[in-house]
Design a protein around this ligand. Structure first.
Ligand SMILES: NC(=[NH2+])NCCC[C@H](N)C(=O)O
Ligand SMILES: [Mn+2]
Ligand SMILES: [Mn+2]
Length: 303
């Protein structure tokens, strides 16, 4: 086993983003509340972190945006991502680890853009989906299926140029884990992207421990890591409260081990927790599991 390193930063800033404009299901805007109710702050404080909850950023209510439906809420998503970018940039500059609570995955355009504004970062994208569609390749038109392409410089210019012009990261700075549902053209795009994509098949064959250690090796050149955790990466039997469930996902222990080994790298610098839909959940179980995973990501160990 490789050496366990401890995180240098001890201040976390929680930033809620109640965005549901990037997809069609109602309810994912309630994610930040569900995660807070599940006891996030208390858990993280117990790990010795100084915790600041800065509340939620402004997100327009979907029902007030009828005139944007045809455009998939592009304008409003751009504005929310811009505000998210500023919040992420500021948190990093002030020495915080920003922890972004979603909301749908479109917000990652702002979070990853913002946290890489002054310091480069590797990205570990944990998801059932590639989220690497462009407006041309997307079967749904939903922008939560596009953040990875936008971050690598492709798709709507309004999204590619959030915060600063052009690509925010390159393919070699990103790995994906848990992937099992890609659209046709999205698959082709990902193959050429330079992103190392660990599918569920590869995970089944080789095991989580081997894969995440290899992934950390690939991101060895990055001093800082951003984890973007889409809760639909877990199996829907474990995490039912998500808008785009996909069968055959991570078990609870696989997801935990993934978080635990990332924590051991000592490089966690920022994270997203996205796509929790309390309306579709059983009780608040998906948010409760998410809080357990985040605790492990921030260094909670069993013994
Ligand atoms: N963040 C997510 N849950 N994304 C799901 C994307 C689903 C599909 N690939 C699409 O483009 O619409
Ligand atoms: Mn996603
Ligand atoms: Mn997903």
């Amino acid at each position: 086993m490789s050496k366990v390193k401890v995180m240098k930063q001890k201040k976390i800033r929680i930033i809620g983003i109640q965005i549901d404009l990037g997809q069609k299901q109602r309810g994912v805007n309630m994610g930040p509340s569900a995660i807070r109710y599940a006891g996030l702050s208390k858990k993280l404080k117990r790990l010795g972190f100084e915790l600041h909850d800065s509340g939620n950023l402004f997100v327009p209510v979907r029902d007030s945006l009828d005139d944007e439906v045809q455009e998939h809420f592009l304008h409003s998503i751009q504005q929310v991502c811009q505000a998210t970018y500023e919040a992420g940039k500021q948190a990093v500059e002030e020495g915080y680890i920003p922890l972004f609570l979603g909301g749908d995955h479109s917000l990652a355009i702002g979070t990853i853009g913002g946290v890489t504004h002054s310091k480069p970062s590797g990205v570990i994208w944990v998801d059932a989906h590639g989220d690497a569609n462009t407006p041309e390749s997307s079967p749904s038109g939903s922008i939560h299926g596009m953040p990875v392409a936008a971050l690598l410089g492709e798709g709507y210019p309004e999204l590619v140029n959030v915060g600063r012009a052009g690509a925010k990261i390159s393919g070699k700075d990103m790995v994906m884990i848990g992937i099992r549902d890609l659209d046709g053209k999205e698959r082709e795009w990902l193959r050429k992207s330079g992103i190392r994509v660990y599918t569920m098949r590869e995970l089944d064959e080789r095991g989580m421990s081997i894969i995440i250690r290899e992934a950390l090796q690939i991101l060895e050149h990055c001093d800082r890591l951003h984890v973007s955790l889409d809760m639909d990466s877990l199996d829907p039997n474990v995490a039912p409260g998500v808008g785009t469930p996909s069968p055959g996902g991570l078990s609870y222990r696989e997801a935990q081990l993934l978080m635990e080994i990332i924590a051991d790298s000592g490089k966690l610098a920022s994270a997203d927790l996205v796509e929790i839909n309390p309306i579709l959940d059983h009780g608040n179980s998906t948010a409760e599991i998410a809080v357990e995973l985040i605790a492990s990501l921030f260094g909670k160990s069993i013994l």
